[in-house]
Design a protein around this ligand. Structure first.
Ligand code: PBG
Length: 325
């Protein structure tokens, strides 16, 4: 037998055989597309640090929903930029709040669109933190839980299909589960931002959602980027409390965590390809330094290869278009 015996290149000779042995294939239904809903009328405001992403008012949603449908994207994740903010984030849990109204609009436009809502207070509090503050100005974990539950309930009553708590308060998944069940919504799944790290990659999002904290940072509730074992504990607790889907966020710098979570728990696993990951590629592409389409697809493929079943990404429409072509 001639040397070498094993010739890995045999199965790489042309695209037909390469596609036949390909282990990871992206599909449009893997993607969840985030939408930023802004209070008011006739608004389509570009987010500077995220080319292609806009803050949209409810009356401008039709075009967006049509486009998503066209590209085969089946799910959206809603964030709200409300009319006003206060200490307790009350605009986040009103019956006619910006997200609550957007849910109804999307369901009217397209009943088949799967609507997931981000449940957190940071977009609605005047201090920009994900929970309410106690007298000393610290985040009050337990006082925040009922407000998050009220927010989740108001989304569900408006007609959303799934809620996604992203605040990182302890016990919130169990608390929200209990309150949803009590109110007759035991059929609504929870996708928890289970291992959410305190990441600098959220920068552009905070411009998009106008949710940057006014003081301090989120290190007392979001996870230390150095900790993978702790991430597994966070995920285990959320599963115990009733999470149906667990999320790792961000994605690209945390592929090891995605893999570990998937292997250990085997639950449907989501990964959030966050704003900074998107912005980096866009910025490099604008300078002509990277091939945007190829890099975007490579990144999304790596996230799925690591174990993500669902990928929340601002590149959903672009990726779906590339996949189809
Ligand atoms: C709300 C929330 C954030 C993101 C999703 N939900 C911001 C944060 O925690 O600071 C970030 C998403 C992104 O960067 O794309 N808590």
């Amino acid at each position: 037998m001639s040397f070498p015996v094993h010739r890995m290149r045999r199965l790489r000779q042309n695209e037909i055989i390469r596609s036949m042995v390909r282990e990871t294939v992206l599909l449009p239904e893997d993607f969840i597309y985030p939408l930023f809903i802004v209070y008011g009328e006739d608004k389509k405001q570009p987010v500077k640090s995220m080319p292609g992403v806009f803050q949209l008012s409810r009356d401008r949603l039709q075009e967006e929903i049509d486009e998503l449908k066209y590209w085969g994207i089946k799910a959206v994740l809603l964030f709200g930029i409300p009319e006003y903010k206060d200490e307790v984030g009350s605009s986040g849990y009103q019956e006619n709040g910006v997200v609550q109204e957007a849910i109804k609009t999307i369901k009217d436009l397209c009943p088949d669109m799967y609507v997931i809502t981000d449940v957190c207070l940071c977009e609605y509090t005047d201090h920009g933190h994900c929970g309410v503050l106690d007298a000393k100005g610290n985040i009050d974990n337990d006082a925040t839980l009922e407000l998050l539950a009220l927010e989740a309930l108001s989304h569900v009553k408006a007609g959303c299909d799934m809620v996604a708590p992203s605040d990182m308060m302890d016990g919130r998944v169990g608390y929200i589960r209990k309150r949803l069940d009590e109110e007759g919504f035991s059929h609504i799944p929870i996708m928890s931002y289970a291992a959410k790290f305190c990441s600098a990659f959220y920068g552009p999002f905070r411009e998009a959602a106008e949710s940057a904290p006014r003081f301090g940072d989120r290190r007392t509730y979001q996870m230390d980027p150095a900790n993978a074992r702790e991430a597994l504990r966070e995920v285990a607790l959320d599963i115990e409390e009733g999470a149906d889907i667990v999320m790792v966020k961000p994605a690209l710098a945390y592929l090891d965590v995605i893999k570990a979570v998937k292997e250990k728990f085997g639950l449907p696993t989501a990964a959030y390809n966050v704003s900074g990951e998107y912005a980096m590629i866009k910025a490099a592409a604008l300078n002509g330094w990277l091939d945007e389409e190829k890099v975007m697809l490579e990144v999304l493929t790596s996230i799925k290869r690591a174990g993500a079943d669902l990928i929340i990404t601002y590149a959903a429409k672009d990726a779906a278009r590339i996949i189809r072509s």
